[in-house]
Design a protein around this ligand. Structure first.
Ligand code: NDP
Length: 398
């Protein structure tokens, strides 16, 4: 029986709150706080049980500390934006409470994806006897746990990892992003980095693609190699990996729009002066694009996200693919959200559950693959993200 404070009332915040609210036996009390309290109240009104809402500016540590001290949660679930990770971690340390997030810290003025800032909190959390669980979404999150599970149960040593994230959903707009547009566009326009023979190799964004056929009739999609933050912790925690890559599917229309927007400067993160005002182009673009939270009712199709791992078992080479398929419309029917927020929010709830039940409880700052994957994987099957394994899938991957 525990009390959680969820910070952030966007697409992911909505799903985490729904999923926690479904599990009264674990999440006895829930407080949902965000910059715009009206959005918290909107989510609260969708639930079958009452929860408290609050307003907070998560960039402001004293305000956060005051809220945490008033609410006295056992855990803070951070599903605001990556810019707020450090302020929320600071507030958790000051107020003496455990922490969980779904995305690594990013400074507002540089699109830089790395764990260095958050890993630097290791000693502080250890000394305080508190736990910070990093990246408990789908990717990062479930993909880290999938890798740990495959390594634990199928191999003596793993050698290559390909994380493949396919979104076969269609929302009917010529261009929209499935989660926060600013974060999404910063990520996909960043240079690609993949791990090869002991170092990260840099290539231009979207310069390597291949075709991938998902299992169970989800379809065939073009997937593009890009950098994704879980690669950093996975290659550190699985040093036997000789190569690690991340792939994501994109439709032609999405890529064409992104190219044009990039060419005209609309995806820039540096402020420009307009009519006497400083405007950050990507933030202005976010204002014009559909709110990801509004895509739920109109998105049809499925996501298919999984890990292909090669390595050796009993001296013999083998390949294992572990994946989840999630249906956008089924997610909407359950929690009024599309599958991208759903596949992030469910692992956030499960990560929180692992911590609150003491199954994952260790002072310090941890990535998901450092924990025992088994209870998490069991809960993925129970709470809406069932997975399957194909041994020797016969993929012909680059
Ligand atoms: P949204 O933009 O939909 O929601 C973000 C929420 O955070 C909004 O409610 C926003 O408030 C709130 N917020 C922003 N700044 C502040 C602040 N200073 N103080 C308080 N609240 C604030 O984003 P998503 O729900 O799509 O994403 C949430 C998180 O999940 C992000 O960190 C994202 O990177 C991560 N994510 C992780 C994935 C994974 O698989 N690991 C996949 C998808 C997302 P307001 O409504 O006022 O703007």
């Amino acid at each position: 029986m525990a009390k959680v404070l969820i910070i952030g009332a966007g697409g992911v915040g909505g799903v985490v709150t729904h999923k926690c609210a479904q599990l009264t036996e674990v999440f006895e009390e829930i407080v949902l706080a965000s910059r715009t309290e009206e959005k918290c109240r909107h989510i609260a009104a969708q639930l079958d049980r009452p929860i408290e809402t609050a307003q907070v500016d998560a960039d402001n540590v004293p305000e956060l500390v005051a809220l945490i001290n008033r609410v006295k949660p056992d855990l803070v679930i951070n599903v605001a934006l990556p810019y707020q990770d450090l302020t929320i971690m600071d507030a958790c340390l000051e107020a003496g409470v455990n922490y969980l997030d779904t995305a690594n810290y990013e400074p507002l003025d540089t699109a830089k994806f790395e764990y260095s800032w958050q890993w630097a909190y290791q000693d502080k959390f250890k000394e305080a006897g508190l736990m910070a669980l990093l990246g408990s979404g789908f990717d990062p999150g479930a993909t880290n746990v999938f890798t740990a599970y495959i390594a634990k149960h199928y191999f003596d040593e793993i050698h290559t990892l390909d994380i493949i994230d396919v979104n076969g959903g269609d929302h009917g707009y010529p261009f929209a992003t499935n989660f926060n547009p600013e974060i999404n566009i910063r990520e996909v326009t960043a240079e690609c980095r993949h791990w090869e023979n002991g170092e990260f190799v840099t290539t231009p964004a979207m310069s390597t693609k291949q075709s991938f056929t998902c299992p169970d009739g989800v379809g065939t999609y073009n997937i593009y190699r890009m950098y994704h933050e879980e690669l950093e912790s996975l290659v550190k925690n699985f040093p036997s990996l000789k190569r690690a890559q991340f792939w994501m599917s994109f439709g032609e229309s999405y890529l064409k729009h992104l190219e044009v927007l990039g060419n005209v400067g609309m995806t820039g993160i540096e402020p420009v002066e307009f009519n006497g005002q400083q405007i950050v182009p990507i933030q202005f673009l976010k204002r014009l694009l559909p709110d990801p939270a509004s895509l739920g009712p109109r998105t049809k199709g499925k996501t298919c996200i999984g890990c292909v791992v090669t390595g050796v078992k009993d001296g013999k080479p083998k390949t294992v693919y572990l994946y989840n398929i999630c249906d956008h419309q089924a997610c909407y029917a359950e929690v009024q959200s599309q599958a991208i927020s759903y596949t992030t929010g469910v692992p956030a709830m499960i990560g929180a559950k692992m911590m609150l039940e003491g199954k994952w409880q260790q002072a310090g700052v941890w990535n998901m693959e450092q924990m025992d994957p088994d209870p998490f994987m069991e809960d993925m099957n129970k709470y809406g993200l069932p997975w399957a394994v194909i041994e020797e899938p016969g993929f012909d991957l680059v």
